[in-house]
Each structure stands twice: as structure tokens, then as C-alpha cells.
Design a protein around this ligand. Structure first.
Ligand code: EPU
Length: 425
């Protein structure tokens, strides 16, 4: 077990480069299962989940080579055989929930799939009902047997249909989309998720020969095709990592240029930094955040994209903890993400929660203490809080942070932060 030792007080300044998005990379890798041949998926973040997804693809019979170009990014070369396996075991699935993304592609390609059901996790129960309902609409029969989700297409394969999602679920949209590209006829997904990672997946699938209209809108129209082909593709930059550095700059009253980010994917978050008092300048390859004052408190309401991202909520909570004024935070996506606020309180934050609302009254200073990350974004929020706390903060449970932030401490150190990785006894 390892932990971060963060000594507060540094003002972050300099440039940082953002790798590809974790939440896109894993789905792009899963989508390679849809076609036989040699794929190249570039701009992958150098994180454990990418290695686990590579292992999952190997279990399906693929050859996968990961080449890391530096401490934060790399490329996967995936060779997908004509006949692939269709079973994902619990030993891999329990290590990361995103493995459920192989359900749609395997069902489309093999007509039959057995994927261990992921359990709950630290940020909530995370149902699969919309994945199951959507695939059932395309003609799959789905049951749970001995901890596995077993899906079988009817004898002629999947057939296009209209699927109306109760909620624009990212994972359900992706699974239904990946299943539908090889189905017969037209599929319409209404109330589809609109996240940039969904658009990225649509662009990969289009390049592979799929026919998809409406990427980035609430209605996706897919005309099924008989076969797809392999391609070379680069992952969209990680908007959450980019946003995390933007908040870090604002909180530490710093000056940070975030390279290789797409500011258009972060509109609301960057507007909030401006409301907090930062100067933000954006161009097509990134943005710069300069802050010369104590941040002002800003309210946050998480919503599906293009609303404010739940994956940036803890980082903004950390900023609000030291802001001037009082902020209201409303978490609408993952019920358990407020667990993190109890850790923030250990650092001296003045926080009260009521259901999915929290009120944070800014205090002038936080005070370093040992804290525990409950998930990847909570961990990032605690590191940011440590940067503005007096003395030393030890952040434990950093395997969570390593899942979403490639080379986080090296990047923060390059900006002037005092952060080191050490054994957690
Ligand atoms: N939900 C259901 N039933 C379903 C699907 C979802 O009830 O069939 C619920 C979930 O329980 C949750 C909400 O709907 O309360 C949102 O779930 P969604 O399916 O949209 O999210 P996801 O696909 O499970 C992805 C990201 C999350 C990110 C969310 C929202 C990956 C691997 N994960 O999760 O990322 O927060 O979309 O944008 O892509 C993170 O990176 O820290 C992270 C948690």
C-alpha cells in the first residue's frame, strides 16, 4: 500500500500535458472486439485500468501490446482474431467496472456472452438495468446465472430497435451503441448520453465503417452494417484530468497552462473558475488558469453532460472549502460521492450534508491530517486540499488515484507542488 505525502503552501505554476481520457480509452479498447484485424489505439493514459482492459482482451484471444511513450501516455496495438472468446471472468471484472463495456461488442460479434456482474463500489450501487433493457430490445435474452450476466442474441443475430433510456447513462448508451452497429436494420437510442467520450466512441466506430448519426446529441441513429474493419485512432484528451489541474491552479492562486486539453468539453467548469475569480484563457489546444486572489465560493450541481461533471465535484468541493463565502453542492449522479466530504472535514473544512446537498462554508486555511481516498476523484480532491493545507497531509488509498491520473505526482511536482509517494504502513 502506498500513500501521498503532500506539504501545503506551494503556488502551482508552469505547463502540464493531459493524456487521453480513461473513460474513453477503456471503451475504445473494448470496441476493437467488433472487428477482426490490427488496431492501433493511441493517446492512452498510463493507468492500471488500461492494463486490465488489455488483459481482458487477451483473455478473448486478442494479442495486445502496450507501448508507453512517457510516464503518462502510450499506445495499444491490438490484434483481434477471427474467432474470439465470449467470457469475462470475475477475477478481472471485479477489478474494474468498465469491463462491462465488453458486453455489447461481444454480443454483437459472437451472438453470446458471459460477463461476470460487477458488484457495487464506493460511489454507489450502479445498476445495469438500462444496459439490460436496451440489449433486450435489440433481441437479446439476458439472464443472471451464478454471478454471470448471460446474454444471447436470437438465431438470426441482433435486430435494430428503438431504445428510450430512462436516464442518459454513459455505460448503457455505449453498450447499446456497440451492440447495434452490427445489428440488422436501424437502432434509435433516445435520451442517449452526450459526453465527449461517447462522441469519441462514435468517431472510432464511424472510422471502422459503422453508420451513426447524431453523435453528441440525445438521439443516436445507427444503421447496422454486416462487418467493420480495424483502424488506427487516438483517444480524446481527458477533460476531468484537465479540469483537476485547472482547479489546482485556482486553489493555489497559481498560473497553470493545461496543454492538449479541449476547453470546449469543460465549458461550465471553466466558467465556474472565472466566477471564483480566476482569469481563464482558452484556445483549441488547451487553456490557462491564472488566479491572484482567494477563490470565491461557487455553487455546483452535477448533471449529465453538458451539465457539470460529477467527476469534478470533489475537486470543486476542495476549492470551496478554502473559498470566500458559502457554496451549495448538489450531487445528482452518484449518491455516495459525499463520503469524501467527511475526509475533507478532517482537514478542517466546514461542511454539512443533507441527502444529496452539501453546504460548504469556506475557511481561510485547512490543516494537514491523514485522510483516505474512497474513489479516484475523492482522492484527487484530497490531494488538492492537501496543497492548500497547513503542514503535511497524508492521502492513503492512492491506488484509486492511480486508476485515473497517470503520473499525477510527477505532474504536480513539475508545477511546484511538494508531493511524494511513500509506503503506507
Ligand atoms: N445507472 C442505473 N442503471 C443503469 C446504468 C446507470 O441505475 O443501467 C445509474 C448509476 O447507478 C448512476 C447513474 O445511473 O447513478 C449514472 O451512471 P452512468 O451509466 O451514466 O455512469 P457509468 O457509465 O457507470 C461513467 C464513468 C464515470 C462517470 C459517469 C458519469 C466510466 C468507466 N465511468 O460511469 O466515471 O462518473 O460515467 O459521467 O466511463 C470516474 O471516472 O471517476 C467515474 C466514476
Amino acid at each position: 500500500m502506498e500513500r501521498f505525502r503532500v506539504v501545503g503552501g506551494a503556488r502551482l505554476a508552469g505547463r502540464v500535458r493531459v493524456p487521453g481520457a480513461k473513460n474513453s480509452a477503456l471503451k475504445l479498447m473494448a470496441a476493437t472486439l467488433l472487428a477482426e484485424g490490427e488496431f492501433r489505439i493511441g493517446n492512452l493514459p498510463r493507468i492500471l485500468d488500461v492494463e486490465i482492459m488489455a488483459e481482458l482482451l487477451r483473455r478473448m484471444g486478442c494479442e495486445v501490446r502496450l507501448e508507453w511513450t512517457d510516464e503518462s501516455a502510450g499506445t495499444a496495438f491490438v490484434s483481434v482474431p477471427g474467432e474470439i472468446g465470449h467470457e469475462a471472468d470475475y477475477d478481472l471484472v471485479r477489478r474494474f467496472r468498465a469491463s462491462i463495456a465488453v458486453l455489447g461488442p461481444l454480443l454483437a460479434r459472437c451472438g453470446r456472452v458471459r460477463v461476470a456482474r460487477p458488484g457495487g463500489d464506493a460511489i454507489g450501487s450502479r445498476g445495469l438495468d438500462m444496459h439490460i433493457d436496451g440489449l433486450t430490445r435489440l433481441g437479446a435474452r439476458i439472464t443472471t446465472e451464478h454471478g454471470f450476466l448471460v446474454a444471447e442474441a436470437r438465431s438470426g443475430g441482433l435486430v435494430g430497435a428503438t431504445v428510450e433510456l430512462d436516464f442518459p447513462s454513459v455505460g448503457a448508451t455505449e453498450n447499446i451503441l456497440m451492440a447495434s452497429v452490427l445489428a440488422k436494420g436501424e437502432t434509435v437510442i433516445d435520451n442517449a448520453a452526450r459526453e465527449p467520450e461517447i462522441v469519441d466512441l462514435c468517431e472510432l466506430l464511424d472510422a471502422m465503417g459503422a453508420k451513426i448519426d447524431g453523435a453528441g446529441s440525445s438521439t443516436l441513429r445507427i444503421q447496422g452494417v454486416d462487418r467493420l474493419w480495424p483502424v488506427s485512432y487516438d483517444t480524446v484528451p481527458d477533460r476531468i484530468v484537465a479540469g483537476t489541474f485547472g482547479v489546482a491552479a485556482a486553489m493555489t492562486q497559481g498560473d497553470v497552462r493545461v496543454d492538449h486539453a479541449r476547453p470546449e468539453h469543460l465549458r461550465i467548469a471553466l466558467d465556474k473558475l472565472v466566477a471564483a475569480g480566476a482569469q481563464v484563457s482558452a484556445d483549441p489546444d488547451g487553456f490557462r488558469v491564472v488566479m491572484e486572489r482567494r477563490p470565491r465560493a461557487v455553487d455546483v450541481v452535477t448533471l449529465p453532460y453538458p451539465g457539470f461533471a460529477t467527476d469534478l465535484q470533489p475537486q470543486f468541493a476542495a476549492m470551496n472549502a478554502v473559498a470566500e463565502g458559502t457554496a451549495m453542492i448538489t450531487e445528482n449522479i452518484f449518491e455516495a460521492r459525499f463520503v469524501f466530504l467527511q475526509e475533507l472535514a478532517r482537514l478542517g473544512a466546514d461542511v454539512r450534508t443533507d441527502g444529496h446537498h452539501a453546504v460548504l462554508r469556506g475557511v481561510p486555511r485547512l490543516s494537514g491530517a491523514p485522510v483516505l481516498s474512497s474513489d479516484v476523484r475523492a482522492g484527487a480532491g484530497l490531494v488538492l486540499a492537501g496543497l492548500v493545507a497547513d503542514g503535511t497531509t497524508h492521502v492513503s488509498g492512492i491506488h484509486h488515484i492511480d486508476r485515473g491520473y497517470a503520473g499525477f505526482e510527477q505532474q504536480l511536482r513539475a508545477l511546484g507542488a511538494d508531493i511524494t509517494r511513500e509506503d503506507d504502513h
